[in-house]
Design a protein around this ligand. Structure first.
Ligand code: SGN
Ligand code: CA
Length: 506
């Protein structure tokens, strides 16, 4: 054989071996799942053995943050590695996602990856960059959900959403030629409002004692936007819609999420909730007693809903193990943002305060990450795309704003980002004022605008629950230092809208 032919064979073989070495990726993204409700994060009441298993096999990220604490903007940031003002998806109410822009999954496809998104994506009905997709229509529903499959084909499936999404995910994995690397994104509907458990999980968390957060009765002094929100468990959480307190099956069926249930599903819901409603009626609660009853029921529904998701995450982990894929597959579990479990008296998210700004993130990848690592490095969801690209050996596209945290995963970087920049835009449901801000880990400076015009400053080392806005009392030196940091971050990500507001006098 000629030398050149031999060389050619060598090159092809090298490419094949190299291609096989590219890691597989399974990204499991939940919806509104709080770190306060995860065992691995120290929750005393959560039952999340499978998420915990990912953490103990790999790393628990304790300072993972989002750039904009709301569903679709978070997923848009995950896909693009860009802030909302650059990827064009700022809020759920007015934005349309441009799927034709560069997405990390498209870059992965170029180097041989098979890609799929299955479950909740919430970025319209025409995803791009996926060899296969089956996404929930809009927010999706817990029962008998409808999917849009590639080729714009609608499919209604009977059953409970977390099971169905996982069935689809494992079927897609089954269909793959495992010699090619793959990137699978599983989007869970759980634990989004209105927290509807799989009936088999009713009762699982009902016996538990929940400690009311110390700031449940927050009076929001010096915090105008916090005072004006509409996401209070006491004031805004609805007895019927949210907590499922209906007099009769007929009344229950007036709500869309129940109207779509089959007889068996509806019967099991009535059988569980009716006695709770009867007991409540007998108690005739009001004031604080009623607020605390609502908090308790919220916790129970939320945790019962999480049971199925965690169980289904376990199915995916088992699949990888059974198919000998565990070693060469990175598994990341992340939520689209954090969530309030009664802190400040709230449910929902949106604020730059820690509970919603921070997101749970645990990652296993035995080839790279040491077992049982706890990382305090500051990272953001905008950093996920560049990290995955680096692991796949792909150069980061110039316009991608995130920074790879591969070094953090390898244990070579303990700090991560110096500053965290945040910008929330939506100005509607739950009445949270738009705002942007910076956190350096100790101080957090926030500028609210539109609905409320105000600055807020917190010293997290003194006040981790962010109850005391010290903007009015802090030294001008501290404020100026933080303002400089904020301006630098605004300029770094080229957020023109924020810069204009930053420069305005209050
Ligand atoms: C829905 C919910 C809100 C929630 C948003 C955004 N209302 O509109 O409570 O904040 O979604 O959630 S509901 O009455 O429809 O449940 S997100 O996960 O899409 O960001
Ligand atoms: Ca969400």
């Amino acid at each position: 054989m000629k030398k050149s032919a031999l060389f050619f064979i060598f090159c092809v073989a090298h490419v094949i071996v190299f291609a096989q070495k590219k890691p597989n990726m399974v990204i499991i993204i939940s919806d509104d799942h709080a770190y306060q409700a995860i065992g691995a994060y120290g929750s005393q009441f959560a039952h999340t053995p499978n998420i915990d298993k990912i953490a103990s096999t790999g790393v628990r990220m304790d300072r993972a943050y989002v750039t904009n604490s709301i569903c679709s903007p978070s997923r848009a940031t995950l896909l693009t590695g860009k802030y909302s003002h650059k990827n064009g998806f700022k809020d759920n109410e007015t934005s349309n996602f441009d799927h034709s822009q560069d997405l990390f999954v498209k870059d992965l496809q170029k180097v041989g990856y098979k890609t799929a998104w299955i479950g909740k994506q919430h970025l319209g009905n025409e995803p791009q960059g996926f060899d296969y997709f089956s996404v929930l229509v809009g927010q999706g529903t817990y029962f008998n959900p409808t999917f849009i499959n590639k080729g714009n084909q609608r499919e209604a499936v009977e059953g409970y959403v977390s099971d169905i999404v996982t069935d689809k995910a494992t079927r897609w994995l089954d269909s793959l030629d495992k010699n090619n690397p793959f990137c699978l994104i599983i989007g869970h509907k759980a634990t989004h409002r209105t927290w509807m458990p799989d009936p088999q999980d009713f009762g699982k968390n009902d016996h538990k004692k929940f400690q009311l957060p110390a700031n449940f009765y927050d009076h929001y002094e010096d915090r105008l936007s916090a005072a004006g929100q509409e996401m209070s468990i006491d004031k805004d959480m609805q007895m019927a819609y949210d907590l499922k307190m209906y007099e009769s099956t007929e009344k229950m069926k007036t709500e869309r999420s129940f109207a779509r249930m089959n007889e068996k599903q509806l019967t099991s819901y009535m059988a569980y909730y009716k006695p709770i409603k009867e007991q409540l009626d007998m108690q005739k609660l009001s004031g604080k007693a009623l607020a605390e009853w609502k908090y308790r029921r919220y916790m129970i529904d939320y945790l019962n809903t999480a049971e199925s998701m965690d169980r289904n995450i376990g199915r995916v982990l088992d699949y990888l193990k059974e198919h000998n894929l565990e070693k060469n597959t990175l598994v990341m579990y992340v939520s689209d943002q954090g969530f309030y479990m009664g802190e400040h008296g709230w449910f929902d998210k949106r604020f730059m305060y820690e509970e919603s700004f921070r997101t749970p993130m645990v990652i296993q990848f035995p080839e790279l990450i040491a077992k049982g690592t706890i990382s305090n490095a500051k990272i953001m969801n905008v950093d996920i795309a560049p990290t995955l690209l680096e692991l796949a050996g792909v150069k980061k596209p110039a316009e991608m704003q995130g920074e790879s945290f591969v070094k953090v995963l390898k244990g070579q970087d303990k700090e991560g980002r110096e500053n965290l920049y945040y910008h929330y835009y939506e100005n509607g449901e739950h009445a949270v004022s738009p705002h942007f801000g910076v956190s350096d880990g100790r101080y957090k400076l926030i500028r609210f605008y539109k609905r409320v015009n105000a600055w807020e400053l917190y010293d997290l080392s003194e006040d981790p629950s962010e109850m005391k806005n010290i903007y009015g009392s802090a030294s001008s030196k501290t404020i100026n230092t933080l303002k400089k940091k904020l301006k630098k971050e605004i300029q770094k990500v080229d957020d023109k809208e924020a810069l204009t507001i930053f420069n305005q006098k209050l």
